[in-house]
Structures are given as C-alpha cells and as structure tokens.
Design a protein around this ligand. Structure first.
Ligand code: PTJ
Length: 254
C-alpha cells in the first residue's frame, strides 16, 4: 500500500488505482485488468478526468433505456467489481435488474470471489456461478460465451462496463440492446454498442444511478423520446473531437 500525499494533484486517480491493485491482491481483478485500467487512465487524462456533457447525454439515454427494459441485466467483470461494487448493487436495486458475473479471463475462483464481494456489498443474488443454469452463446468464442439462462441469456438490455468488442456484437446479434462504459471512444466495443458512455466507470456509475432514480418517475413516452433522440455515432464523434481539440491546444503551448 502506497501512502498518497493528500495534496497530490492526481490524488483521486491514484486512489482509484490503489483500489484496483487491492482488487488484484484480493483475487477479484485479473492481471490483464491492471493493463486495461492503465489504458483507461490515459484516455481519462485526455478527456479532462471529468464527466463531460457528452457522457451525461449518454447516461440519460442509458437511464431511459434501462428504465424501459423488461429484463435489464448488469454484467460485472473483475475491474467493474473492484471499482464500483456499491454502485452496481444500488443500480440493480433501482432498476430491479439482475447482476451477472461474466469474465473474459475465465477463472472459477476469481468468479466466486467476485460473487462473494458483491454480496458483501449488499447484493441479494448474483448470477454466473451456477453451472446448472449455464447457457453457451454459440456466436462467441471467448470465455464470455458462458452465460446464465435467467440473466444475460434472457435479458433485453445489458449493461457491459469495460468490455471486449466481440461480445457486444454477439449480444446485438441476439437483438439485445447493449450499453457500455468505455473511456476509449475508438474501441470496437464503443463503436458497436447501442449506447457508449465515454466516462470513467467510477464516476459514470454514480451519475447513472442518480439519473435512473430520477427517471423512475417519468412516463414511458418521455423515456422513449429520450432514447429516440440519442445518436451514439454523433456522441462518439464529439468525444473524439474533444480529445483532438485538447491535443491541439497542448501542442500550441508546447
Ligand atoms: O475481469 P475480466 O476477466 O472479465 O477482464 C476484464 C478486462 C477489463 C481485463 C477485459 O474486459 C479486457 O481486456 O478489456 P479491454 O479489451 O482491455 O477493454 C477495456 C476497455 O475499457 C478499454 O477500452 C479501456 O480504455 C476501458 N477502460 C479501462 N478502465 C476504465 C475503462 N473505461 C471506463 N472506466 C474505466 N475505469
């Protein structure tokens, strides 16, 4: 454990990094998850380490789609479990959504650790650990193809934070709506999902929770109109432009 000085300019992101390292030490995060986090940090830096207006638009559209969903599911991997366990559990309660652990780097022990960790953080039920209710997604070759028949397999709107592009595409081919958190607006997942929230999952999940609570009072017509008006391609293009503008500004002052 590193002692981080309170006045360090990047204290927040260093604390988040520590949380992930702790998750790794406790058998929740994969080794590769530490690398994925580093990639995310780089994009977060270029995006100003704050929730942008574009991310807020995507969060509103996601909250509307999740509130309209009949069988919403939150898919959890090692990184998202370590970074926002409470927010994941709270969101599942607000939406009456299922939580399912689904790993890219399959490891039964890590899966069970994540299930226990989420339960310690208030989850009543966590799917993904029961072999007798497993289904295999035939259009997917990675370990993520193993899903629960009452969870991801049956879900209509699936939230997949920090994802790989293959599963996003596979779920979309099954006519499911896919929402992702991805700080890289250029990634295949970001480009393939129905809604991409280009924000750090640690900030974005809090905002999504707040918005879902607010939207639970809205009627279906209002929610449908929010979803209809959202354009993921346009929103992603604005995030890419924001990075380009930031780099141009920095280059001018170099
Ligand atoms: O726990 P597992 O086995 O399911 O594995 C999880 C990881 C994340 C290791 C796995 O899904 C993976 O390898 O993901 P990728 O392909 O590296 O993609 C992760 C994406 O998430 C990248 O585009 C990162 O920029 C982005 N990312 C990383 N950290 C964050 C993030 N996006 C939002 N918030 C973050 N904190």
């Amino acid at each position: 454990m590193v002692i981080i000085p309170k006045n360090h300019p990047r204290v927040k992101s260093l604390l988040v990094r520590e949380r992930l390292v702790k998750g790794f030490d406790e058998g929740i995060v994969a080794k590769e998850g530490l690398l994925a986090h580093g990639r995310g940090e780089a994009f977060d830096y270029l995006l100003g380490e704050k929730t942008s207006k574009k991310a807020k638009n995507a969060i509103c559209a996601s909250a509307a789609l999740l509130t309209l969903a009949k069988r919403p599911v939150i898919s959890v991997n090692g990184n998202s479990a370590a970074l926002c366990p409470k927010e994941t559990v709270d969101l599942s309660k607000v939406l009456k959504a299922k939580i399912e652990v689904n790993l890219f780097y399959a490891n039964e022990k890590r899966k069970q650790n994540i299930i226990r960790f989420l339960k310690k953080n208030g989850a009543k039920q966590v799917l993904g650990g029961n072999k007798s209710s497993q289904k295999i997604l035939s259009n997917l070759t990675s370990a993520r193809r193993v899903v629960d028949k009452g969870g991801i397999f049956a879900g209509d709107v699936i939230l997949v934070p920090l994802e790989d592009g293959d599963r996003t595409l596979a779920l979309k081919k099954m006519r499911k709506k896919v929402i992702t958190f991805d700080l890289n607006p250029l990634s295949r997942t970001a480009q393939t999902a129905d809604i991409t929230i280009v924000d750090n999952v640690i900030r974005g999940m809090k905002e999504l929770n707040k918005t879902c609570k607010k939207f639970s009072k809205k009627n279906r017509n209002e929610l449908q109109s929010i979803v209809r008006k959202f354009d993921n391609k346009k929103n992603l293009a604005s995030s890419i432009l924001a990075i380009k503008n930031y780099l141009n500004r920095r280059a001018r002052h170099a």
